[in-house]
Design a binder for this molecule. Structure first.
Ligand code: CA2
Length: 152
């Protein structure tokens, strides 16, 4: 296990709108609620969280590169970039940090174009369809994997 006890929480495009639209798909909790949930979950294990949401792929990639210097792992909901971005996969692979991919909705039960994730094969943890609670699952399972308590 790395000495670092910091996780990077990344939320991708449009997730700043959480809780404001499409509650039937994404629920009523906001991005601030998500960040609080992840911070509280991580804190139970003695981990800090640096949180960032961006609508810009390059900003997310830069944050992943920077995380190499301070983070133990990444919790990421890539939003729509899940289904399009080899560049995001390359960034995560290049920093060699374990990551938990989380989706609020069940991407496997939605349109065919949402059913493929470029990030899934490299992910230590993959959570989909648990709503915002999935962030708690993803964070816990990532920390357990980092601690060697579970295989994620
Ligand atoms: O289910 C998820 O978490 C997704 O990653 C959310 C993405 C979608 O493109 C993925 O297929 C699945 C979209 C995020 C958009 O979030 C909004 C939230 C509230 C209102 C409008 C958009």
């Amino acid at each position: 296990m790395t000495d670092s006890r910091t996780l990077l929480l990344l939320n991708g495009p449009n997730l700043n709108l959480l809780g404001t639209r499409q509650p039937e798909v994404y629920g009523t909790q906001t991005l601030a609620d998500v960040e609080t949930l992840v911070r509280e979950t991580a804190a139970q294990f003695g981990f800090d969280v640096k949180a960032l949401q961006s609508n810009h792929e390059g900003v997310l990639i830069d944050a992943i590169h920077e995380a190499r210097d301070y983070a133990a792992g990444v919790v990421i909901n890539p939003g729509g970039l899940t289904h399009t971005s080899v560049a995001l996969l390359d960034a995560l692979s290049s920093v060699d940090l374990p990551y938990a991919e989380i989706h609020i909705s069940d991407i496997n039960a939605r349109e065919p174009f949402r059913q493929h994730s470029y990030l899934k094969d490299g992910a230590t943890v993959h959570v989909t369809g648990e709503g915002v609670e999935g962030y708690r699952t993803a964070t816990t399972r990532l920390i357990q994997a980092l601690s060697g308590q579970a295989d994620g």
